[in-house]
Structures are given as C-alpha cells and as structure tokens.
Design a binder for this molecule. Sequence first.
Ligand SMILES: NC(=O)c1ccc[n+]([C@@H]2O[C@H](COP(=O)([O-])OP(=O)(O)OC[C@H]3O[C@@H](n4cnc5c(N)ncnc54)[C@H](OP(=O)(O)O)[C@@H]3O)[C@@H](O)[C@H]2O)c1
Length: 275
Amino acid sequence: MKNLRGRVAIVTGCSRGIGVALAEALAREGVHLSISARSGDELEAVRRRLETSGVRAIATVGDVTDPAHRSALVERTITELGPIDILVNNAGIEDVRRFEHTTPESLARVIDVNLTAPMLLTREVIPHMLTRRQGHVVNISSGAGKLGPPYMGSYAASKHGLVGFTQSLYCEYRGSGVGFSAVCPAFVTEIGMYSRWEEAGIRSNRIAGTCTPDQVVKATLRCIRTGKPEATINRPPVRPLIVLGNVAPRVVRPLFRLIGFTSTLRRSADLNESS
Ligand SMILES: NC(=O)c1ccc[n+]([C@@H]2O[C@H](COP(=O)([O-])OP(=O)(O)OC[C@H]3O[C@@H](n4cnc5c(N)ncnc54)[C@H](OP(=O)(O)O)[C@@H]3O)[C@@H](O)[C@H]2O)c1
C-alpha cells in the first residue's frame, strides 16, 4: 500500500503507549483513524490530538475481548470513516511472573487479549478488505514472539501465536490484495510497558538492548507500505540469537543468562509477585 493519504485505519490499544505513537504517525501520513481502548478519557484526549493533524478520528471505548465492542468498532469505522484499509492489532497486556504463580484466570486473560481478540478482529475486518482487494493487517507481537523469554510463559505463548497466525494468513491470502505483517519489537523505551519497568528501576542491559518508539513506528509503516511480512526490531547481537535459537533451541537458555536477559526478567517477576 504505497500511498497512505486518505486511507482509514483501526488501531487498538490507543489510550497510551505504542498504540498512540502508531496512530500519531499514521495521522501524520494523512490516514483517518478509528481508535479503541477501555480508558475513555485518555482515548478521547488522543482522538482530539489526532485531529490536529488534519485527519478525521473517532474513538470507540471498550474491551477487545468483548465481541460487541469488536463489532461496534468495525461498524462505526465503516459508517463514519469509510472502508477499512489498515488494521493494527496493538492492544496487549503482560504478566511477568514464575509460571507456577500464574493463575488460570491471568493466563486465559493474556491469551484472550493478546491473541484471540486480534484473531477475531482480523476475521471480522478482512472480508471487507478481500471484497475491495486491498488492505493490510499489522499484528504487534514482540521479541517474545520469536524466542520464549523466562518468566513470560503466557505472554510468550500469545506473541508466538500472533507470529504464527500472521505467517499463516500471509501465505493463505497471497494474491488477494490483502497483506499481513507481524511486528516484533524488543523492549521499547520512553513509552509503554517496558518504560514502566524502567520507572521501577528494572533495565535491560546494553547487549540485550532496547528499541525506540520511532523504530517501531518506522518498521510498522514500512510493513504497511511494502507488504513485508515480519519486522524484528532489536539490537544486532540479538538477531543471530533468534536464528540460532530456532535451529538449536538448547543454546537459548545459556545465552539468555549470558546476556543478562534472565536476571532482568527475574527482577521484573520478583517485583510483580511482591506487589
Ligand atoms: N512496551 C514494550 O516494550 C513492548 C515490546 C514488545 C511488544 N509490545 C507490545 O506492544 C503493544 C502495546 O504495548 P505498550 O507497551 O504500548 O503497552 P501499554 O502502555 O500498557 O498500552 C497497552 C494499550 O492496550 C490497551 N488495552 C489493554 N488491554 C485491553 C483490552 N482488554 N481491551 C482494549 N484495550 C486494551 C490499553 O488501554 P486500556 O487499558 O485503556 O484498555 C493501552 O492503550 C502490546 O501488544 C505489547 O505486547 C510492547
């Protein structure tokens, strides 16, 4: 999708964090926006800010796991903004803790929000895209969707699921005019979940690395423009580790320990479990 001006995009998880950065970048490109999240006041403030870029923006408050919210989001977007060109499944939650301390409820919730809801929203949106033979779906996965970090069992499962789901649809809908991309960022600085870890004193080290919101935005726009199926945003030392981890899974555990990844995540788990 080379030209973005005048297109219509849904971005979920847009009351704070990465979703806001993505929506703002799309607005700067002239894309009209339909945003959603549960926090109504924050979402409305973002909607108003987006309109200052000269695009139309609507906000639908609700939970992505609620089928009525998903349907309302799609219907309102089409009625008030026009046919949907872009869907960004960004809303997500984390639950960093020892797996034996994960409750069945929190496990189910992580899978529902991070994986099942994006799949069902995609299912609702793509018939409209297929009819028009154009559209693009971006699923915001994570580095945890490429290798399974410790203390993140349910999150890693949900994000691996998103990568597999995206790859499946990318292959299935070849030639349909509809594209699919998974975006897999490392820890993102300044905004979002990891920035709250930093505020609590938990920091990734230099080797394991971080990425900036700007890098996530650029990678996402590039996926939409070029149809690239996957973007992994990470520091160069981590990339060979992902490849190596896929051919030789045994090396992942010592390497995670060596680069300090395991201890960073253990500190985050300790913090969650003590609060
Ligand atoms: N930050 C990172 O380092 C990082 C790295 C890799 C991948 N990611 C992924 O990037 C995405 C955005 O993360 P973030 O860091 O920006 O997180 P965040 O700051 O916690 O923001 C998450 C957004 O999702 C919304 N959300 C959460 N649960 C929802 C639900 N059930 N229904 C509707 N909206 C919901 C939140 O809004 P309400 O609470 O108002 O509903 C909020 O707008 C997530 O998928 C995350 O897994 C983040």
